[in-house]
Design a protein around this ligand. Structure first.
Ligand SMILES: [Zn+2]
Ligand SMILES: [Zn+2]
Length: 317
């Protein structure tokens, strides 16, 4: 009881008494726009400092799709790092080639990078793989659009980040994205995958997720308050079966029992460390154990990397 009646926008800001626009569920505080912005920025700053994910001398490649989460990420990083000239930012935008959807978000990505004065590198699926996502999906072999898109986009981002001389690759994943992926790993029962997400593997440009402790709703509200929110179209290929159900379960739990997501992620992190220790004792841990893909030389866990395997299946091999 009680939690359900807490509605954002009701009651004054606990810091200054101005009308509140947000309820920060992790603390139960109602905050006005200015104090909400400060609260998100302080928490992201704390995440960055506590984890040491960004250090002087780093070149941070930010995956910028032009959607809400990655726009908030680039905006926040350029803001939080403005007094750190020893850290360089570069935005990388992958144009998957999705007609009627990507044009608008590409435009949003370009204008944000330009406004913030951040160098932007644009790579299309066409350039990287010889074909747009739309064209790939017209072929008879049909991997799930989101699987194909995700694997190829991650590959294109990694390659572009490495070419740009980046030392880290930052993505806009929120707490909810992380929890959703964690729950998927648990539901799929793949212990090695649970552990692998925790191993950076030095063959890759290490990934960082500065928004990983901020709930999705707060990322959205931050975008609205900072004027970064654009009513952009939805991806025509969206809709992700088990994954979207996992998200639904988490958000209804969070609604009825605030703090569940944070608790779950704390437990998951402990579980991951324990699983890694057990596998190591059994001598069964592929510690950063990536070999090289026989075809493209990129890191792979088998003979072929996931991207080459998918491209081969599309070519009818
Ligand atoms: Zn206030
Ligand atoms: Zn490969």
């Amino acid at each position: 009881m009680g939690d359900e009646t807490k509605v954002a926008g009701v009651g004054p800001c606990v810091r200054c008494g101005a009308p509140a626009v947000a309820l920060v569920r992790s603390t139960g505080d109602h905050l006005c726009a200015a104090h909400f912005v400060a609260s998100v920025e302080r928490r992201v700053q704390e995440t960055i400092e506590r984890t040491g994910m960004i250090r002087d001398g780093d070149c941070i490649a930010v995956g910028l799709s032009g959607g809400k989460d990655s726009s908030v990420l680039l905006y926040l990083l350029s803001h939080l790092l403005r007094d750190r000239p020893a850290v360089r930012l570069v935005a990388i935008t992958i144009d998957e080639g999705i007609a009627g959807y990507r044009e608008e978000t590409m435009k949003a990505a370009r204008s944000l990078a330009a406004d913030l004065g951040v160098e932007q590198i644009v790579v299309s699926f066409e350039d990287a793989f010889g074909s747009s996502l739309d064209a790939f999906l017209r072929k008879p072999a049909d991997p799930h659009p989101c699987t194909l898109c995700g694997v190829l986009r991650r590959r294109a981002l990694q390659t572009a980040a490495r070419r740009a001389g980046a030392t880290k690759l930052a993505t806009g994943h929120s707490l909810d994205d992380e929890a959703e992926a964690a729950l998927m790993n648990v539901l799929n029962g793949d212990l090695k995958r649970i552990v692998r997400t925790g191993i950076p593997g030095d063959a890759f440009v290490p990934r960082i997720k500065p928004l990983g402790e901020v709930p999705e709703k707060e990322v959205t509200l931050y975008a609205v308050v900072q004027g970064l929110f654009l009513p952009l179209p939805e991806c025509p290929y969206a809709g992700r079966a088990l994954r979207s159900e996992a998200r639904g379960i988490l958000s209804s739990l969070e609604y009825r029992h605030p703090g569940t997501t944070v608790q779950f992620m704390e437990g998951y992190t402990t579980l991951r460390e324990e699983v890694a220790r057990c596998l190591e004792e059994k001598g069964d841990l592929e510690e950063g154990g990536f070999g090289r893909c026989e075809e493209c030389g990129e890191p792979a866990t088998g003979r072929r990397c996931q991207a080459c395997a998918l491209l081969a299946s599309l070519a009818g091999e």
